[in-house]
Design a binder for this molecule. Structure first.
Ligand code: GLP
Length: 244
């Protein structure tokens, strides 16, 4: 779905999420929402906050699971995705603290495996993700599923690609400060979501968007796996869609 600009596109996505939240509220059910970090979803989060403040949209029936977190990473670090999500979204909503889930980058290596299994189990116990929000990295990663990630991969510790670390360098004041690892939901965990919405803006994403949408499905571009999903939309601006 191609919009004129990212603002209009973000509004369109936020409207869909708001609609789903309200539908669930009417029948007294929870909405299980998979969330992403990065610059792509921030405008959409701004709209959700606006709907909460100006139209009274409540998030008290929303349960969230974030895709990924750097490893190692303390939650109170300025670089953590916990901080990112609090600042861009959670601090401004009436969401219940116990309904927020973000991979824990502060665990010891020995603890990570069982944490990842529990993360998957919690999503399953709630009936699976209703919607997963995604951005896309220049390597074709979704979450932090870098090239080589398999279709069946689940939540786990991964090593970050050099391109991804270079792209994050400015956030960390230098490439050498970017963690080499991360905890991420797997391609399989993402594919299990009932609906997937990937957002991408700007010319810099146009080449990877072309590969993801029109290219051959392959592990070297993990986002191509989304072609297998039966309810996945790519929400683009004209620039990111320019090579389609
Ligand atoms: C990071 C995140 C991804 C995100 C990607 C793109 O690597 N872990 O989930 O999709 O960046 O970021 P941006 O939206 O800033 O282009």
């Amino acid at each position: 779905i191609i919009h004129q600009n990212s603002d209009e596109a973000s509004f369109f996505v936020a409207k869909e999420i708001a609609q789903l939240i309200k539908q669930r509220q009417k029948v007294g059910k929870k909405l299980i929402l998979g969330l992403a970090t990065g610059s792509s979803p921030t405008k959409m989060y701004e709209y959700l906050v606006k709907f909460h403040k100006e139209e009274g949209l409540s998030f008290n029936n929303v349960v969230t699971f974030n895709l990924d977190e750097y490893y190692p990473m303390q939650p109170d670090s300025m670089h953590s995705y916990v901080r990112f999500m609090n600042e861009h979204l959670f601090n401004h909503l009436d969401i219940k603290k116990e309904n927020i889930h973000i991979p824990d980058g502060s665990l010891s290596k020995e603890e990570v495996r069982s944490f990842c299994e529990q993360y998957e189990q919690k999503i399953k116990d709630l009936g699976g993700l209703d919607v997963q929000i995604l951005g896309i990295g220049r390597t074709g990663h979704i979450g932090f599923n870098e090239p080589g990630s398999t279709l069946s991969s689940k939540t786990r510790m991964v090593r970050l690609d050099q391109v991804t670390r270079l792209d994050a360098a400015s956030d960390f004041f230098g490439h050498e400060n970017v963690p080499t690892k991360a905890i991420t939901m797997g391609v399989g965990s993402i594919m299990d979501a009932k609906r997937i919405i990937l957002m991408a803006w700007g010319e810099g994403k146009s080449d990877i968007i072309r590969q993801a949408v029109e290219g051959k499905i392959k592990e070297s571009v993990p986002a191509t796996f989304l072609q297998h999903h039966n309810n996945c939309d790519f929400i683009l601006d004209e620039a990111s869609a320019s090579l389609l």
